[in-house]
Ligand binder design. Sequence first.
Ligand code: HEC
Length: 96
Amino acid sequence: MATLFCLSSHVGSASAQTSNPPAIVEVCTPCHGINGTGGEVEKPNLAGQKSIYFREQLLAFRSGKRKHPDMKLIARDLSDREIDQLVIYYSTLSPN
Ligand code: HEC
């Protein structure tokens, strides 16, 4: 897997990241955290979420089928490619 090659360059960093986050993750981190485990109780954890479920939720927020004011605003501007990157990133993070 390509991500394995990225790991070595991050071994020395203090964070517990498991793979190189795509740039778009910056949009999510204030609420969901870089590790997919947000601090506040009303923000769901994303780390290790099932990839099919994760994609369906983002598509549902984008289309308005699933309603939430914050996530609607966020998902509205996501491209299919960005959704792919987010699905891969968060679903492969360890939930712990
Ligand atoms: C302003 C805060 C905020 C930001 C920024 C944000 N989210 Fe969320 N997100 C939430 C909240 C709050 C919920 C819970 C929605 C609900 O109650 O239905 C949520 C729910 C979700 C869910 C559904 C989780 C589940 O278990 O059903 C996914 C997936 C998700 N967010 C992904 C993302 C991604 C990917 C990004 C970045 C592109 C992002 N979010 C940015 C606040 C945020």
